[in-house]
Design a protein around this ligand. Structure first.
Ligand code: IPM
Ligand code: MG
Length: 358
């Protein structure tokens, strides 16, 4: 039997609740499939770990993670800690060293879910945002000078490398090739940012000819926000920088019904390091510990993880169960207009996977 080793890092806040739910659902998918098993090890890293040890994860954390096929991640963030400390101590501390340069963020109106846009149905909103995930505005370059004085300077320097730009653009072009619409939009801000962003445009011009079957266009990021709202059906795949795609993917999640359903894959496409899968939503301090978080984002994320592991049948079964669940619409969590708890949503999806009525 095929055996996959999964490192689960629930992290902070509702990350813990939704990863627990996601692991139950993953085991139900594996049991239904019968051809593989998942061996899961949990790592209690995150803000509590920080207060106990001074680090969000142990010093040899990356070494430990290398032994796993994939990482299933909840969220990092805690009201007691500045956000940049929790982010750089865990999520970015994994994405960057493991060279997970392609951050894949699908957004789709699932059946039965009504988004905020009028007259927009599932066929009109089916996007994948590809986010550069190792450099750009999140490179961490910069500093503070004259700290605390009136003349203080704060610098955040974006770092774009030709190699880093080309590999993520090629990834997006290849992904576009596999889609029925075969369309890719390059998003930059090369009118105002005249160095790195212009290089993004130039690299794209130089390589897009290698993918003649993919239709392409270009947008400035501000104009892209209006196109997402006003003409969603014209969009298929989008490739953008780390920060631009961060912003666009929150908008995409909201337009597809809720932050609570949106998934992400942080991929090292060459497989030199484990890839990491996480729901987009974050730790959501306001509802943590109440058992009401929407686990659908963690389930969809789990489906992406199965696809990556080479189990497309199981991935499709899980996605179909999620869609049946949303289409039925009888047990929706709060962010989708219902009253169901994390437990109830999880039970309902497991029941679908097991072929029972919830
Ligand atoms: C995301 C999140 C993170 C990011 C936060 C938690 C730092 O917003 O995954 O989109 O900006 O990358
Ligand atoms: Mg974000």
């Amino acid at each position: 039997m095929r055996d996959y080793k999964i490192a689960a890092i629930p992290g902070d806040g509702i990350g813990i609740e939704v990863i627990d739910a996601g692991l139950e659902v993953l085991q139900a998918v594996a049991a239904r499939d019968g051809g593989f098993q998942l061996t899961v090890e949990r790592f209690p890293w995150g803000s509590d770990h920080y207060f106990e040890t001074g680090g969000m994860m142990p010093d040899d954390g990356l070494e430990t993670l290398k032994a796993f096929n994939t990482i299933y991640f909840g969220s990092a963030g805690d009201p007691r800690l500045p956000d940049h400390v929790s982010l750089w101590g865990l999520r970015l501390a994994i994405c960057q060293p493991f060279d997970q340069y392609a951050n894949v963020r699908p957004a789709r109106l699932l059946p039965g879910i009504e988004g905020p846009l009028r007259d927009v149905g599932p066929d009109d909103l089916d996007w994948i945002i590809v986010r550069e995930n190792t450099e750009g505005e999140y490179a961490g370059a910069g500093g503070r000078v004259h700290r605390g004085h009136a003349e203080e300077v704060g610098l955040d320097v974006s770092v774009f490398t030709r190699g880093g730009v080309e590999r993520v653009q090629r990834f997006a072009l290849e992904l576009a090739r596999t889609r029925p619409a075969r369309h890719l939009t390059l998003v930059t801000k090369s009118n105002a940012q005249r160095h790195g962003m212009v290089m993004w445009d130039e690299v794209f011009e130089a390589i897009k000819g290698d993918y003649p079957e993919v239709e392409t266009d270009k947008m400035l990021v501000d104009a892209m926000t209006t196109r997402m709202v006003l003409d969603p059906a014209s969009i298929d795949i989008v490739v953008a920088t780390n920060l631009h795609a961060d912003v666009l993917s929150d908008l995409a999640a909201a337009l597809s019904g809720s932050m609570g359903i949106a998934p992400t894959a942080n991929l090292n496409p060459e497989g030199r390091f484990p890839s990491m899968f996480e729901p987009i939503h974050g730790s959501a301090f306001d509802i943590m510990g109440q058992g009401i978080a929407n686990p659908i984002g963690a389930f969809w994320t789990a489906s992406m993880m199965l696809e990556h592991l080479g189990e497309p049948g199981a991935a499709a079964n899980l996605m179909a169960a999620i869609e049946q669940f949303t289409a039925e619409g009888t047990c929706m969590p709060r962010d989708l207009g219902g009253t169901a708890s994390t437990r109830q949503v999880t039970d309902a999806v497991v029941a679908i996977l097991e072929g029972r009525n919830a």
